[in-house]
Design a protein around this ligand. Structure first.
Ligand code: NAD
Length: 499
């Protein structure tokens, strides 16, 4: 029986009232396992009012007490890791170990947020002028919102609400309608950790809910992660309503392979980063760029048997390398890109289209695919495919290879494999991409650094988590104070200086 899902507003489960619902599927079986409500603007407003009522009390809670809730929440995440991973895997289709990684990377942001008393301290200048002191403080913004994608239903909500709530904001999370159960469970655990009702609300929905957030006059800041066209729409619409917006988008992450690279390491890393989570990661490597024909031949020869040998299976099977993709529509889209690649003249070395898992023929499974001789004018090179497909683009020189990620419309992550420190250093310095790995395939920065791409991979100027996150979720107020010993006689008609 399909489970009836709810919103989580003001500390309670709230049934959908719009009359609109979305199906939640198990991608392993293709069965409908849940029905999630899709909120109307009126339901979104209810959540905003609950969050607005909770805000003054939470903002006035001293930072150490806010941090204690984060410490409790971190422990609850650890205690409930297995349950969260199973819930996540059943709706997303990523394998259990990877689902735990999803929760763990979010948990690490909560660990970072435990340091909020230190992170949110302001600055102070004693004696900035005669009898004058100057200080600044970082104050929370109010009711803020996060709109999240299907592919990290634990980590990405926590990137956002972990930092935003620690800073004293109250929060509305609008998760992906494809896998909404984990965000709801996170909100329950957050209450159990001691957060007051209304501080974290989860409102399920689709475009209507997103538009309600973007137009709501009581929401001053919105964080978004998803595909680029929608990221741009959210950025532009939110900004037109006077909001602070950060909107992370899609990706096409290249790995440059120099002739001197350790080929065993390269192949292991490309297999993991290209096909792990069925390629549905914004930091997946989807383009391998060998430098020189000889490197390319060695690479393709080594990759072919490894791609053919990938173990595609149920997300609940411990020895599956990866599980199904998220939906039937997405499966068809990814397979459509393989048809297109053939039409465009790329060489299909391994074809994953025919794969079907015995007994699970309705699941959204797909074998690993490998293209060779992809060229930069092809659509399969320019578009984000977001599936278990790796494209090899052959280049003659380091300069030609290094220019590719810089010229690409996306600029999320990139990697270079080499033993040449000079090449790696100049590449890292010059490339127009936000996150760079040197002999590291998925350079996702840790929670106390910040995550963010460049170009069409991110709209807005502030990254997720780390001190950039604290900046995004707070506003600075600077106070200049003077006490009687600094007071001068008479009026002054010139702009105050400290001279
Ligand atoms: P998506 O853009 O389809 O959905 C993201 C969110 O936007 C969801 O909450 C969804 O309900 C909402 N949405 C969907 N259509 C909308 C519309 N027309 N108007 C307003 N809102 C809408 O993305 P997805 O398929 O859930 O996630 C995969 C994408 O996210 C990939 O492109 C991936 O690269 C990207 N992603 C980027 C990062 C990053 O940090 N750069 C991280 C993870 C995923």
């Amino acid at each position: 029986m399909a489970k009836e899902l709810t919103h989580f507003i003001n500390g309670e489960h709230v049934a959908g009232a719009s009359g609109r619902f979305g199906d939640v599927m198990n991608p392993n079986t293709g069965e409908v396992t849940g029905r999630t409500p899709l909120a109307s603007a009126a339901e979104m407003d209810k959540a905003v009012q609950a969050a607005a009522a909770a805000f003054p009390g939470w903002a006035a809670t001293n930072p150490q007490r806010r941090a204690r809730v984060m410490f409790n929440f971190k422990r609850l995440l650890e205690d409930n890791m297995d349950e969260l991973a199973e819930l996540l895997s059943a709706e997303h289709g990523k394998v259990i170990a990877d689902s735990k990684g999803d929760v763990q990377r979010g948990l690490e942001v909560i660990e970072f947020a435990c340091g909020i008393p230190h992170l949110q301290k302001g600055e102070f200048t004693e004696g900035a002028g005669p009898g004058i002191d100057m200080y600044s403080m970082r104050q929370p913004l109010g009711v803020v919102a996060g709109i999240t994608p299907f592919n990290f239903p634990a980590m990405i909500p926590m990137w956002m609400f972990g930092v935003a709530i620690a800073c004293g904001n109250s929060f509305i999370c609008k998760p992906s309608e494809k896998d909404p159960s984990v965000p709801i469970r996170l909100a329950e655990l957050f209450m159990e950790a001691g957060a007051p009702a209304g501080v974290l609300n989860v409102v399920n929905g689709d475009k209507e809910a997103v538009d309600a957030i973007l137009a709501h006059p009581q929401i001053p800041a919105v964080s978004f992660v998803g595909s680029s066209d929608i990221a741009q729409y959210v950025y532009a619409t939110g900004a037109a309503h006077g909001k602070r917006v950060q909107a992370m988008g899609g990706a096409k992450n290249h790995a440059i392979i120099m002739p001197d690279a350790d080929m065993d390491q390269v192949v292991n890393d490309l297999i993991g980063a290209g096909y792990g989570s069925a390629g549905e990661r914004c930091m997946a490597i989807s383009v391998a760029v060998p430098v020189g024909e000889e490197t390319a031949d060695r690479l393709v020869a080594a990759l072919k048997p490894r791609v053919e040998g990938l173990k595609v299976g149920l997300s609940t099977e411990p020895d599956s390398d990866y599980g199904p993709v998220v939906s039937k529509a997405h499966l068809e889209k990814v397979q459509g890109y393989i048809d297109l690649g053939l039409k465009e003249g790329a060489e299909l070395v391994v074809d994953g289209r025919g794969f079907s898992l015995q007994g699970y023929e309705n699941g959204y499974f797909m074998g690993g695919s490998l293209f060779d001789k992809v060229t930069p004018d092809m659509k399969i090179y320019n578009d984000e495919i977001f599936g278990p497909v790796l494209s090899v683009v052959r280049t003659k020189t380091f300069e030609e290879a290094a220019a590719l990620p810089t010229k690409h419309q996306y600029g999320n992550g990139v990697a270079i494999y080499t033993r040449d420190g000079d090449a790696a250093r100049s590449f890292a310095s010059q490339v127009q991409v936000g996150m760079v790995g040197i002999n590291v395939p998925i350079p996702v920065p840790l929670a106390y650094h910040t995550f963010g791409g460049w170009k069409r991979s991110a709209f807005g100027d502030t990254n997720q988590h780390g001190t950039e996150g604290v900046k995004f979720w707070t506003k600075v107020k600077t106070v200049t104070s003077r006490w009687p010993s600094g007071v001068k006689e008479g009026a002054s008609f010139v702009i105050p200086t400290m001279e």
